[in-house]
Design a protein around this ligand. Sequence first.
Ligand SMILES: Cc1cc2nc3c(=O)[nH]c(=O)nc-3n(C[C@H](O)[C@H](O)[C@H](O)COP(=O)(O)OP(=O)(O)OC[C@H]3O[C@@H](n4cnc5c(N)ncnc54)[C@H](O)[C@@H]3O)c2cc1C
Length: 644
Amino acid sequence: MSLDAKIPQGPLAEKWSKHKFNLKLVNPSNKRKYDIIVVGTGLAGASAAASLAELGYNVKAFCFQDSSRRAHSIAAQGGINAAKNYQNDGDSVYRLFYDTIKGGDYRAREGNVYRLAEVSVNIIDQCVAQGVPFAREYGGLLDNRSFGGSQVSRTFYARGQTGQQLLLGAYSALNRQIHLGKVKMYTRTEMLDVVKIDGHAKGIVTRNLKTGEIETHAGHAVLLATGGYGNVFYLSTNAIGSNVTAAWRAHKRGAFFANPCYTQIHPTCIPVTGDHQSKLTLMSESLRNDGRVWAPKTVEIAQKLQKREIAASDVKEDDRDYFLERKYPSFGNLVPRDVASRNAKEMSDEGKGVGTTGLAVYLDFAEAIQRLGEDTVRAKYGNLFDMYLQITDENPYKQPMRIYPAVHYTMGGLWVDYNLSTNVPGLYAMGECNFSDHGANRLGASALMQGLSDGYFVIPYTLGDYLATIGPKKVDTSHPAFEQTKQDVIAYNNKLLALKGNKTVVEYHRELGHIMWEYCGMARTEEGLIKAKAMIKELKADFWKNAIVTGENDEINAALERAGRVADFIELGELMIDDALMRRESCGGHFRLESQTEEGEALRDDENFAFVAAWEFKGENQEEELHKEELVFENVKLTQRSYK
Ligand SMILES: Cc1cc2nc3c(=O)[nH]c(=O)nc-3n(C[C@H](O)[C@H](O)[C@H](O)COP(=O)(O)OP(=O)(O)OC[C@H]3O[C@@H](n4cnc5c(N)ncnc54)[C@H](O)[C@@H]3O)c2cc1C
């Protein structure tokens, strides 16, 4: 089967404008005849739901939190990219496009990425109009900072709370539509399946998380904006509730899952201290604007630091290795995340890691404090420094932060075409839950940009094309497919509730996380992946025999919720391993030890792997089928990435 990405023909810079013109329209008075289901009200979902309602569609929106304000998007710290060139430092739409394609190690579509860069400028205007309080310079103009993988300052921010402020903007727009009766909001409601009629998505099955009631909802289209799956690793910087269930259940109903093994490991997280932790904390990439990353030059000094015989400030300047500045003089501390992460791991592998576990390097602000003064540093990063102090009980104004890479973002997700449609007609995916724009490595500050681009500026156009094609004929839940899918969900939940073994679901999740991190994390080998595949198979069999799920369906039951999510993570884990095994090359966040340059950088194999891997579910416990979407590069030349 060949996958049609529906990238418009013509010059790169004209594709989106021409496409918008060619898309069919739904006339204003017909829009109210269509019902649209939006699952997820983080940045991608809230912006889509609000925009579609504003256009006149009837929207039903769902989230599992008690308020859409609690979506994981609220955690985003550092900023959002846009090619505004406010700094007059050489930025342009083309440069943002180029940086993003290169940053993704040439594994994303040119057409999609160019559109993202093009639309980025509108996002800032939209958010400013909503009242999002972006940081401003003394003169009142919007301020910018730099993020990894670029040599310009194009990142707009609101201190270390950019996601929160953007979400409040989208949430206000959403609430306006709720108030106007155009959006009906279902909080504490979890989507557990997609209903298909004649191959088209026509609705969903949900569980009311307060009463346990299983309900069905019909619509002319179903839009998923359900976030990423980084928690497959158990420990990640994602919110604890973030999960893959909606995307995974859609996958099992026919939607292809693309590039599942592309995971982003973020270099600046507070290091793991043991098995007692349930999540990890990010220290925003923005800190690398002023913080300098270093490790001691010798193993002897590292060991003294690990045993706490000396403090970081005791290490003389000559005994410090600012390894990113040394190896990558052009980009220095602002190399992309995959590069910074691999280098930190390398330091620890060589025995030069710090902290009691030896799994950390330093992020040092001493020079910045001397240059700018403590007050300026506090004004820029104060809340991040406070967070670090609260978690580690170490004062980063006095001692460098200890940081280590951790799972942060997933570039893989549901396969979508240029219109954000999955291969199941009527089923769309937006934001982190689709695979679209970041290739094998996402540049910092690009996820917020993509989520809002999808929700505010892409789906409002592309969805109309599909709706105009199918027409406004009423859809409701009377079709037998709704009852059948509902019964499938009830049967599956009962199977979970019947598990009365002696091992908690959390234990299985933690074990899965260990396997994924060890064998499918920052570095992967054929041998390790084969081993991991067998381990997950065993874990899955054990889960369905020995797990314990307490409580009943008809009540608040966090154990049942968790069991369903972990069962899905285990299946996803198997697919990630298969995907990583198949991809015998290193690219971006996917690093196969067998494929590296002499200098230890990721070595791609463009001849054999310049494609999107889209996997098709073939039935329980069956191997999935791989479909390849070849990537065509007409505007950029594929080169070995260099940040030197
Ligand atoms: C700590 C941290 C900091 C970050 N900082 C930045 C940054 O500075 N800049 C940047 O660009 N990116 C950043 N990112 C990445 C970015 O925050 C996310 O990629 C982005 O917010 C995802 O938005 P989303 O709308 O796709 O999903 P989310 O915000 O995760 O929203 C998912 C929504 O789906 C709902 N949902 C999920 N499953 C179901 C279901 N089965 N049924 C019903 N509802 C469901 C949830 O309730 C929620 O409403 C950061 C990420 C982390 C972890």
